[in-house]
Design a protein around this ligand. Sequence first.
Ligand SMILES: O=C([O-])CC(=O)C(=O)O
Ligand SMILES: [Mg+2]
Length: 389
Amino acid sequence: MSIRIVDVREITKPISSPIRNAYIDFTKMTTSLVAVVTDVVRDGKRVVGYGFNSNGRYGQGGLIRERFAARITEADPKSLLDSTGDNLDPDKVWAAMMTNEKPGGHGERSVAVGTIDMAVWDAVAKIAGKPLFRLLAERHGVKADPRVFVYAAGGYYYPGKDLSMLRAEMRGYLDRGYNVVKMKIGGADIAEDRRRIEAVLKEIGNDAQLAVDANGRFNLETAIAYAKMLRDYPLFWYEEAGDPLDYALQAALAEFYPGPMATGENLFSHQDARNLIRYGGMRPDRDWLQFDCALSYGLCEYQRTLEVLKTHGWSPSRCIPHGGHQMSLNIAAGLGLGGNESYPDLFQPYGGFPDGVRVENGHITVPELAGIGFEGKSDLYKEMKALAE
Ligand SMILES: O=C([O-])CC(=O)C(=O)O
Ligand SMILES: [Mg+2]
């Protein structure tokens, strides 16, 4: 039986909205939707793997079409198979994509590769006939746990949004079963942000905890000024205070902020993750790592990142990825991450959970769907099917 990738398709889709964080607005935000089309048939249907990149970086159609898709379709199909010959080997596909790519400079390229890699893993799990989280747990010799912690990310700046609207947004997340919510800071002055934080804390009371996200906006002085303000409150975490590559800033901040810090969504390789761990002052007993495979060369690379963490004494349970997609939900359920982000009101239909999955007490249960499970989310699968089926 032949097992072959016959086509890699990409379409760039808008995921725009008028929201703003401390650094960017999302009025022109896009994502790449990718289909990896195989000649394998399962349950009477051709196996197609799907992927897309997370919000925050734009669609990567140019890079995908000019370099990465072609390297897969032009490779000898046998060179992409695992040792049994019965399935694709994601690492071999990854290596084919990265042919003639120099090390370092992990920017848009890591998004293009991560998007295709998601689709490859979806296809591999479908060919194996099991949910990706089960396949991953088996490969790593660990026990899968389909119950995953999720938190509600929102609290953006938005034209005309006042404190009562911010409170209502957060109340809406609690009503939907979340018990950790996140809001943006750093897009207003510190006094205004303090008022926003206090309004949200008043709204959520003891029902939930609040995380705050500065999206890398602050210099050291401002990051510390915010740390001194924020430590008055029992926050779930203080996220991405300064530039993602400024490890010295992150390390200095730890001196002023005893509570949990979080960062990593804009680090796109295991080497960058390693530098954060080596030099960023992050504390494995309380801090959180947010590397997002869909932006950072995919799950093949994310497994290397988890290896780096292990070497440095970090548990996968300290990872709660950025991005709110089902790929990271599978990694969380399969490899024991601490949870996953979700954006209940944003970036649809790409984010979120399969239809019928409910958040209860801040957790969801990943359903037993073959692959990543996109087919279980009807609005998303409709877009995917239109690209290839
Ligand atoms: O606003 C964004 O760019 C998204 C983000 O930082 C997050 O989800 O943590
Ligand atoms: Mg963030």
